[in-house]
Design a protein around this ligand. Structure first.
Ligand SMILES: NC(=O)c1ccc[n+]([C@@H]2O[C@H](COP(=O)([O-])OP(=O)(O)OC[C@H]3O[C@@H](n4cnc5c(N)ncnc54)[C@H](O)[C@@H]3O)[C@@H](O)[C@H]2O)c1
Ligand SMILES: O=S(=O)(O)c1ccc(CO)cc1
Length: 486
């Protein structure tokens, strides 16, 4: 039986309350191990360790030395690639090809990319003449914000955690990470990596637990935390924003979505179908950027529905390490119940079920897992629950449209604004729409294609702030102005 301990000041520690909770494998419902919940005492200790590290060895390091350590972290993740892979797959049940091509390599790359950013980003400077005829030179210096709380979801555990820890450390901060209660493993393992590369104690800390009344709330309310970066549900982000208001701490929030795809009749049909297969069903639809609303220009509507149905039905569920597995389970029984409830709601509201709509027939040994079928609906009005609310499952509603203006109105009529994918060969139209759709990210003839130097984040209720490249520096540093008179 595995034990997932908190990682504080370079050491693995239990919670003094002795409270533990179960880490469950969503493939079959089996017990992976026990997670040791951090109480207020452990959160206090983690924040104190992070504060001390800022004043100690870590705070004294030159940028180039910090970068060497981060490079070593990336190297050590790659050296222990298989350990990370096994840990991530056990927690999430995601197929091996996905974890090995996306989650773990990006977990390592997130430390490397910000080395380049921090080394190559200049600050502004201005010269001016003073009233008494002298000169004043102003220049900016970026200083770390201090202790950053990193609150993470379960869908891409290592990738999304390092997406924040990488730049936070590159900028000279220290971090206290609160992984999702569903996926404690890779954040815990990263503690071993930090020790192996000689990261000063207290730079990277991990506290396990839940949100309200547990480690998440204790951490985000802690007055020693200087900034909070969060990925997760919009409702949680709102609670965290309230917590951050006490003490006026900055927040960076990456939250929910109800992403649309717009498919015009002139698109490269094969590209659209291949891409939608990924954007609707990859990671069992548990990707914040995933598509749950597909709008198709009427002349190709029936053809696209048929093609996507065919592809959905090839998404074979199964064990993560089986070569022909195309889709894993949802993260938990709780999430499965939520998604199946919404599948039922679609039926109640009159959807045509093109495919799926329930639990797949799994072998006996996997029946305790959190499986759901890839599902496609048509025929619902824009007000239907599954067309307006985030599901976070392998499903989409497809509806026809006739004009650009009509589809733009439909895409924008949602409280979220994270990502959109537009499929067309008409580049002028694509750019016109990209400027009008209210989202943080707009792909044209692509999806989840990322250049990590570019801004990532959501509009409307999908987020506040942008991370990625120099935009991460905006959040993880304080820009101070220095003026010298001479
Ligand atoms: N925009 C993005 O980049 C992005 C990326 C991935 C996931 N998401 C969103 O995340 C959601 C799925 O993830 P989830 O279910 O883990 O989200 P969640 O909001 O339930 O939990 C995220 C984290 O917040 C913690 N938490 C919960 N309540 C808290 C509180 N009151 N105070 C402090 N911490 C608290 C949880 O313990 C967990 O670690 C979906 O809505 C999805 O769209 C968004
Ligand atoms: O910018 S990325 O690191 O690629 C990235 C991908 C996905 C998400 C949310 O699911 C966040 C950042």
């Amino acid at each position: 039986m595995k034990e997932f301990l908190n990682f504080i000041n370079g050491e693995y520690v239990r919670g003094t309350s002795g409270k533990t909770f179960d880490d469950i494998n969503p493939v079959d419902g089996s017990l992976i191990g026990r997670i040791h919940e951090a109480g207020q005492g452990e959160v206090n200790a983690a924040v104190a360790a992070a504060q001390a590290a800022l004043k100690g060895d870590w705070g004294r390091l030159a940028v180039v030395e910090r970068c060497k350590l981060l490079d070593a972290v990336a190297g050590e993740i790659n050296r222990r690639f298989d350990d990370f892979l096994q840990a991530e797959i056990a927690d999430t049940g995601k197929p091996h090809h996905l974890a090995s091509h996306v989650d773990i390599p990006r977990g390592a790359a997130n430390f490397q990319i910000f080395i380049d950013t921090i080394k190559s980003t200049a600050t502004e400077s201005f010269n001016m003449r003073t009233p008494d005829g002298k000169t004043a030179l102003s220049y900016g210096v970026r200083v770390p914000r201090g202790v950053i709380a990193v609150v993470c979801p379960w869908n891409l555990p290592l990738l999304l955690m390092t997406w924040k820890v990488g730049p936070a450390l590159a900028c000279g901060n220290t971090v206290v990470v609160k992984p999702s209660e569903e996926t404690p493993a890779t954040a815990t393992l990263l503690g071993e990596v930090m020790n192996a590369v000689g990261m000063p104690k207290g730079v990277y800390n991990v506290v396990h637990g839940f949100g309200p009344g547990s480690a998440g709330e204790f951490l985000t309310r802690h007055p020693g935390v200087n900034g909070i970066t969060f990925t997760g549900e919009t409702r949680t982000g709102s609670a965290i924003m309230k917590a951050a208001a006490d003490g006026v701490r900055p927040v960076s929030l990456e939250m929910g979505g109800k992403n649309a795809a717009v498919v015009f009749a002139d698109c490269d049909f094969q590209v659209a179908v291949d891409t939608l297969t990924r954007s609707c069903f990859e990671n069992a639809g548990q990707v914040c950027l995933g598509t749950e609303r597909v709008y198709v220009e009427r002349p190709i509507f029936a053809k696209l529905v048929a093609a996507l149905k065919e592809r959905a039905e090839t998404m074979k569920p199964g064990l993560p390490f089986d070569k022909d597995t195309k889709i894993g389970p949802l993260i938990s029984k709780k999430h499965q119940a939520k998604v199946l409830g919404l599948y039922q709601k679609a039926r109640d509201e009159g959807a045509t079920i093109v495919t799926g709509g329930g639990i797949p027939d799994m072998p006996e040994a996997l029946r305790g897992g959190s499986w759901v079928q890839p599902t496609i609906w048509t025929g619902l009005p824009e007000t239907a629950t599954v067309v307006t609310e985030e599901i976070f499952g392998p499903c989409c509603h497809i509806s026809p449209f006739d004009t650009e203006e009509e589809v733009l109105g439909k895409v924008n009529a949602n409280r979220y604004g994270l990502a959109t994918a537009v499929f067309t060969q008409d580049i002028a139209r694509a750019n016109r729409l990209a400027h009008q759709i209210e989202v943080g990210l707009c792909w044209i003839n692509a999806w989840f294609l990322r250049d990590l130097r570019t801004p990532f984040g959501g509009s409307k209720q999908s987020g506040i702030g942008r991370e990625g490249g120099v935009h991460s520096l905006e959040f993880y540093t304080e820009l101070r102005n220095v003026m010298v008179k001479f």
